[in-house]
Ligand binder design. Structure first.
Ligand code: ZN
Length: 42
């Protein structure tokens, strides 16, 4: 099972959210993180 990762709309990084759901890079709240598609073309 793959771990779901998220893309932060604030800093643009692919991140694994912190336990509270926020971005570990810039601290954006969980609503700023969008699930990353499983099939990444890059
Ligand atoms: Zn961020």
């Amino acid at each position: 099972m793959k771990e779901q990762k998220y893309i932060c709309k604030i800093c643009g990084q692919t991140v694994k959210p912190l336990p509270d759901g926020s971005c570990p890079v810039c601290g954006a709240p969980s609503e700023m993180l969008v699930p990353k598609p499983e099939h990444d073309e890059e």
